[in-house]
Design a protein around this ligand. Structure first.
Ligand code: FAD
Length: 383
């Protein structure tokens, strides 16, 4: 079998790359997934938040490209994204956090994101009356932020790519990458050998392992994140994603209940995907502190789950060619933002593979070379 491009990993990143490559007429595109169905990696575990309220220019740009794609997803792919523009509401309880939001927002405005605005404690109390607001000094809100259905987006990108001639092979694990004279020649899979000169690593939290098959080093580490859905809770339907900056606790409406999230700072890297029941008490402590009425919140521990973030040292994605191996490309290390940045990722990878450059971002900024060249990025707004 031969292909013009092989994408390894059919989560939301691989699906978007297949969509964008076929849109640009890239020839024979193969999407390989080791599981028997798509979405079993991080994509199926995500809370689906999308936001352009970031600190770094490159993240803001990637979101500003991606969010309009989610909004017009049905026209673009023929499938729904489940985009709900409820906004993200960041609540600060210290002047330091408020200054941080102001600085970020100045940058967002500079880049054309004029919908983002600062909000007063009174605005916050009016937007989310359930919050305890006595210590809130202000915040920021952007109404085009919100949430999507990650599974739906992944499926929409995939189906449209398949309509245009891409092929999806499930239960096909890549076990080897053939390299000769520093160039990719093909991939060995559990479904046979495929000759190709372009391999895209879209393996999520397992990306470093795939890179190692080609003799390349990729600084991507898995980190467990846990989510807790609640039973129905009244009065939360239209709420935005609310972020309590004092603890990092955040939540959003999901159906008639809520999805609660908090990044436990005691978590350590590793392929740990079991949900830890003790997490519920920890997260509910933060939840009740910010929303006193949550004392009545009902949670079924059996419905809670864990998944993996794919972390890089500077919490930014690694996109573009691998310096050691010609023909190997990275779409990795989203550090918790791979769903919201999936449209931009697909576009950037297709541009770089087919033309060697992209107008969407400065590709040099997200190149893996930044780590060896001392150009790691500063971005502290990681949820
Ligand atoms: C709890 C939680 C909450 C999150 N919340 C958000 C959020 O609000 N917003 C946001 O944008 N992001 C969020 N994320 C992050 C987001 O889910 C990921 O960044 C995104 O799904 C990454 O997509 P991916 O396609 O790169 O990886 P994945 O979805 O993990 O897909 C990688 C695929 O590669 C396959 N694979 C691996 N190795 C091989 C191999 N050797 N051969 C073949 N196939 C292989 C895997 O089986 C998998 O299907 C969250 C993640 C978690 C865990």
């Amino acid at each position: 079998m031969t292909a013009d491009a092989v994408i390894v990993g059919a989560g939301i990143a691989g699906a978007s790359i297949a969509f964008h490559l076929t849109q640009a007429g890239a020839g024979r595109v193969l999407l390989l997934e080791r599981e028997s169905s798509q979405g079993k990696g991080s994509t199926g575990k995500s809370i689906g938040g999308v936001r352009a309220q970031f600190a770094s220019e490159v993240n803001i740009r990637m979101s500003m490209y991606s969010i309009p794609v989610f909004a017009a997803f049905e026209e673009i792919t023929g499938h729904e994204s489940g985009y709900k523009p409820h906004g993200y509401l960041f609540c600060a309880t210290t002047d330091r956090h408020l200054d941080y939001l102001k600085t970020n927002q100045a940058r967002q405005h500079q880049l054309g994101l004029h919908a983002a605005r600062m909000v007063s404690p009174a605005d916050i109390a009016a937007m989310a009356p359930l919050l305890r607001a006595d210590d809130i000094v202000g915040g920021s809100f952007c109404p085009t932020d919100g949430f999507v259905d990650p599974h739906s987006v992944m499926t929409g990108f995939t189906l449209r790519a398949l309509d245009r001639g891409a092929e999806l092979i499930r239960a096909a694990e890549v076990t080897g990458i053939a390299v000769a004279n520093g160039r990719v020649q093909g991939v060995q899979t559990s479904a046979g050998l495929i000759a190709t000169r372009v391999v895209v690593n879209a393996c999520g939290a397992w990306a470093a392992q795939l890179a190692a098959l080609a003799g390349a080093t990729l600084p991507v580490e898995p980190l467990r994140r846990m989510l807790v859905p609640t039973e129905p809770y009244p009065g939360t339907e239209g709420l935005p994603m609310i972020v309590d900056m004092s603890t990092g606790f955040h939540f959003r409406p999901e159906g008639r209940g809520l999805l609660l999230a908090w990044n436990d700072p005691s978590e350590t890297p590793g392929f740990k995907t079991a949900f830890v029941p003790e997490f519920i008490e920890k997260i509910l402590t933060h939840a009740v502190d910010r929303v006193p009425g949550f004392i009545d919140l009902e949670v079924n521990p059996r419905r809670a789950w864990a998944g993996l973030y794919e972390m890089t040292p500077d919490h930014h994605a690694i996109l573009g060619p691998a310096p050691e191996v010609e023909g190997l490309y990275y779409a990795n290390g989203f550090s918790g933002h791979g769903v919201m940045h999936s449209p931009a990722t697909g576009r950037i990878l297709a541009d770089l593979i087919l033309t060697g450059s992209t107008s969407l971002i400065d590709a040099n900024v997200l190149s893996v070379r930044r780590f060896s060249e001392g150009r790691a990025i500063d971005e502290t707004a990681v949820l």
